[in-house]
Design a protein around this ligand. Structure first.
Ligand code: SF4
Length: 353
């Protein structure tokens, strides 16, 4: 079983764990979001204690943590109601005994991504766009994550390997969009991301940069002046796809972070995962779409759960998902309706349900 390595959590990394930062680039001072990233809570006992949970939750939390480590930044922890084991934010981060259950149909690599990595750190599944694993770490470890077993250690390119990965993009002019993913790409430092972006925008056939991230949600301070500086300077069109599953995740600090991104011309979209016990009600999904739009974010996708080992207890059956979405459609204008989709290995795009 692979768990996320804590090795690069302070800086994130575009480099392999043993490689020194690029000498040509200035040193980024620690502090602010990086300090928050480094000090994220990573002890299941501490998680239960800080949230005043009944001690009965602890054995399960420790068992789940042994499979996929706990990681919760303080800014996210502060939004969780103390003493409430049903809190929809807590459910996303609290390990449970059930994560150790073997369930038929639930596998290590549900999207078969490891068969689509022609270069280290690059996933090429869909025509016209490639995904770069820009950081092997996340600011938060979500218990339902479809990449909870992804072999990040095999996909952390060295500087030389990044050149090879970039050559792959240069050599295919059908690729017009690069998606920065991870882990969480914004767990990498601005210095590293700026280095990568300089090289990407020198590739003429690229027109769009997409960033899939949860960091502006879980550590809103990540959207600071340094990030806005490199991101606003690019010639590429900028899309940030956030990952928010419940309205309670959007507090004033998240709204402020979104406003800053919009201020430099970023299009903001959101994708959610339909999760048992977290957002599997019309009321929860309705509130989420409304709160997203109030923050300037358009609902984009509502994914059914990818069948990854350890997450079966979050699954919502297709018939229930369809019913929920049909009821939601009665309540929301079309532009606030996320598309209900499944990612099917080998398909040329997401599959609508
Ligand atoms: S932030 Fe995204 S990649 Fe990281 S654990 Fe959560 S769902 Fe997975």
């Amino acid at each position: 079983m692979i768990t996320r390595s804590p090795a690069n959590v302070q800086t994130g990394s575009l480099l392999s764990p043993r490689e020194e930062p690029l000498a040509i680039l200035p040193t980024t001072p620690r502090g602010g979001w990086q300090a928050q990233l480094a000090s994220a809570l990573r002890d299941p006992r501490e998680l239960c204690r800080r949230l005043a949970l009944d001690p009965a939750w602890l054995p399960g939390a420790e068992r789940g943590h042994a499979l996929f480590e706990v990681r919760v930044p303080e800014a996210y922890l502060a939004r969780i109601r103390r003493g409430d084991p049903r809190d929809p934010l807590l459910r996303q981060v609290l390990p449970l005994t059930a994560e150790g259950d073997a369930v038929e149909g639930f596998v290590q690599d549900p999207l078969a991504e490891t068969g689509h990595t022609p270069r280290r750190g690059l996933i090429h599944k869909y025509r016209g766009r490639v995904l770069l694993i820009a950081s092997p770490t996340c600011a938060i470890n979500c218990r339902y994550c479809f990449r909870r077993h992804f072999p990040y250690h095999e996909n952390a390119p060295s500087r030389v390997q990044w050149d090879d990965t970039l050559d792959y993009i240069r050599g295919d002019d059908s690729i017009t969009e690069v998606i920065l993913s991870g882990g969480d790409p914004l767990a990498a430092s601005d210095r590293q991301l700026g280095w990568l972006l300089d090289r990407l925008e020198a590739i003429d056939h690229l027109v769009r940069l997409r960033i899939h991230t949860r960091l502006p949600v879980v550590i809103p301070d990540r959207i600071d002046d340094a990030l806005l500086a490199w991101l606003s300077a690019t010639r590429l069109q900028k899309v940030v796809v956030l990952h928010i599953n419940h309205a309670n995740e959007i507090d004033d600090a998240v709204v402020a972070a979104c406003r800053r991104l919009q201020g430099i011309g970023v299009t903001l979209l959101n994708q959610s995962v339909l999760l048992r016990g977290i957002n599997d009600s019309v009321a929860a999904l309705h509130a989420l779409s409304e709160r997203l739009f109030a923050a300037g974010i358009l609902p984009y996708y509502l994914h059914v759960l990818d069948p990854v080992n350890g997450a079966a207890h979050f699954d919502v059956p297709d018939h229930e998902a369809r019913t929920l979405v049909e009821e939601l459609r009665q309540r929301l204008p079309g532009f606030l309706m996320p598309r209900l989709v499944r990612e099917v290995p080998g398909e040329a795009s997401k599959t609508p349900l």
